[in-house]
Write a protein that binds this ligand. Structure first.
Ligand code: FES
Length: 219
């Protein structure tokens, strides 16, 4: 199946937190950049030159070789923001922390929000790279990336992850939603696989799998 590699990243340019409507505007701008929260992340322009490919929902290849530990990039696939995070060893340790697991709503990913091959503690194929649909399962905002907490801690007693700007839903760096927040489900994981150590192909399952993103409980 054909695919398109996207390596055209853009420097962040502001501090606004995008909602879904804002996100569509960003797509229209084709090349806009977004900076959020404690750490800015590059917004990869995947509208050019492959708009036709994307409209057809074909797979896209993302080169993560320059994504440093602790960084996130955001690409667009089928009109949806896809978060790709290079998780640090500390972040992976946090995902397995009993103190975190006990305050998550669905720590074992029992609700169908991910393909079978991402139904594990890190909700991914390679634990180092998280790949998730960046749309809050409450009302559809784009959650803000907080890879670790610091003096700018927006939520006390929280080790970081994603914080949704509208009603405060929190997720960890595997997209697992916290208990007691408005969002009911974990962030969906799209069909994807890794064609090499550093190329993520979004929109195509590993051989032998047939996961369809439309089968998740909620996007
Ligand atoms: S859309 Fe995320 S908390 Fe409301």
């Amino acid at each position: 199946m054909s695919s398109t590699t996207h390596t055209d990243s853009h420097a962040p340019s502001g501090a606004e937190v995008p909602t879904r409507r804002d996100f569509l505007t960003l797509l229209a701008l084709s090349g806009a950049a977004v900076g959020v929260g404690a750490m800015a992340w590059p917004f990869i322009d995947s509208m050019e030159p492959a708009a036709d490919t994307l409209a057809a929902g074909e797979p896209i290849d993302v080169d993560v070789s320059k994504l440093a530990p602790g960084q996130q990039i955001v690409v667009v696939w089928r009109g949806k923001p896809i978060f790709i995070v290079h998780r640090t060893p500390e972040a992976l340790k946090t995902l397995q922390s009993p103190a975190v697991i006990r305050v998550l709503s669905d720590p074992d990913s029992k609700v169908l929000q991910q393909p079978e091959y991402a139904d594990n503690w890190h909700r991914s194929i390679n634990p180092v790279y998280a790949v998730m649909v960046g749309i809050c399962t409450h009302l559809g905002c784009v959650p803000t990336f907080y890879p670790n907490m610091s003096a700018t801690d927006p939520a006390p007693n929280w080790p970081g992850g994603y914080l949704c700007p509208c009603h405060g839903s929190k997720y960890d760096l595997a997209g697992r939603v916290y208990s007691g927040v408005p969002a009911p489900y974990n962030l969906p994981v799209p069909p994807y696989h890794m064609t090499s150590d550093t190329i993520v192909r979004i929109g195509e399952n590993p051989a032998g799998n047939a996961f369809d993103l439309n089968s998740v409980v909620q996007i």
